[in-house]
Design a protein around this ligand. Structure first.
Ligand code: GMT
Length: 363
């Protein structure tokens, strides 16, 4: 449920609709990928858990599958999302093929592949090598481009192509969803959607909403791509048991996005933060920490509010001000939706990838 997988599958779906043949190669079918769409193909990578290995290996079977699909389907480009281990596997796959069957390799950096793994001495040199051997490297924000060049000491070119989101239609009405969640008309529905990993700072998220007064003015919905159990005690300790609603592994996120009034992100770092964009598409503004690439997505005091990282008081004040002011929230929401359409829609972003593939295939 990571953002890189979401983006990669949305890009593939969009390219297939535009007439391209798209082959997905992964250990698991992307969870939102339609099963019956034309020109979309899925090739699973089988990982055998041999007891002679202490840790199962994914990179080599992935690489062999990439080479096999490239050869059998005459691929023009292998576009890998998240450098580790995909970029390394793609470089190896290309080297396994005769020159006239070698696809171009495009590597898209998504975030923790450089901000976390890039600084790890056990990964950094291999990532740098894979980037140097890629035919093109892209990053999902200017922040990530600069960080990748700095952390990996990479002097090659990196093109910034921001993320996009193409919402599907909601299956239920806003009223139905709010009824399911038990949200009253007088309550603002605050939405947090993430994999709940440590850097998302779920502790800070709970501390933040615990400061909002009156407590009866909101409910917090957490769309969790991971277990919420480790945070349940803290939520109870803060007296939030009646305020927090958790839904784990939701597929139809649009139902919930259209029902939300305000997004809330408390991450320590984000290269882009796809969930802010997902909310923007439904005219839902956000409060977020001013970190990484978030300011490229969320325009402070125009489409939401930014607050310093780690500061529950400042975040709480920002949330409370918008919970109390539906008119300002609505104005921010309209501006957020307009910005999402103008800057981060499939119509704007997908042609940038197409232009890149065409350029590489001509060279
Ligand atoms: O660590 C994560 O949050 C998952 C990670 C991923 O690759 O799946 O997310 C990164 O890529 C997303 C899609 O490009 C970005 O929206 C996220 O901001 C980025 N996460 C971080 O930089 C922490």
């Amino acid at each position: 449920m990571g953002g890189s997988g979401v983006l990669a599958s949305a890009l593939g779906e969009s390219l297939a609709r535009r007439g391209h043949e798209v082959h997905f190669i992964s250990y698991e079918r992307p969870f939102r990928l339609p099963t019956d769409a034309p020109r979309l193909h899925f090739h699973p990578v089988v990982i055998n858990d041999y007891d002679l290995f202490k840790h199962p290996d994914y990179t080599l079977p992935l690489s062999v599958k990439m080479a096999e699909v490239s050869r059998d389907h005459g691929l023009d480009a292998l576009h890998v999302h998240y450098a580790v281990p995909h970029a390394t596997a793609a470089i190896l796959a290309r080297a396994m093929l005769p020159p006239d069957q070698q696809p171009r390799v495009v590597t898209t950096l998504h975030g923790t592949d450089t901000t976390l793994l890039g600084r790890d001495a056990g990964y950094g040199p291999a990532i740098r090598h894979a980037l140097r051997c890629s035919d093109a490297v892209t990053a999902v924000s200017s922040f990530l481009k600069d960080e990748s060049q700095r952390l990996l000491n990479f002097d090659g070119s990196i093109e910034v192509i921001h993320n996009f989101f193409e919402p599907r239609s909601a299956r239920r009405s806003r009223e139905e969803v709010r009824r399911e969640l038990g949200v009253k008309d007088s309550e603002a529905l605050i939405l947090h959607s993430s994999n709940l990993r440590q850097l998302k700072r779920i502790d800070l998220l709970l501390e933040t909403v615990a400061r909002v007064r009156p407590a009866e003015s909101f409910k917090l919905l957490i769309l969790a791509g991971g277990s919420f159990a480790p945070f349940a005690d803290q939520a109870r300790g803060l007296g939030l048991q009646d305020r927090v609603i958790v839904r784990e592994n939701v597929n139809a996120i649009e139902d919930y996005l259209q029902a939300a009034d305000l997004g809330l992100i408390t991450s320590d770092t984000e290269s882009f933060c796809l969930s802010i964009l997902e909310a923007m598409c439904f005219a839902c503004p956000s409060v977020a920490t001013r970190v990484g690439g978030i300011p490229e997505v969320l325009e402070d005091k125009v489409t939401g509010l930014l607050a310093p990282a780690g500061d529950a008081d400042a975040l709480g004040r920002a949330v409370e001000s918008l919970v109390r002011d539906p008119a300002r929230r609505a104005a921010f929401g309209q501006a957020a939706q307009a910005r999402a359409r103008a800057r981060f829609s499939a119509e704007v972003i997908v042609p940038k990838y197409e232009a890149l593939y065409r350029r590489l295939c001509r060279s």
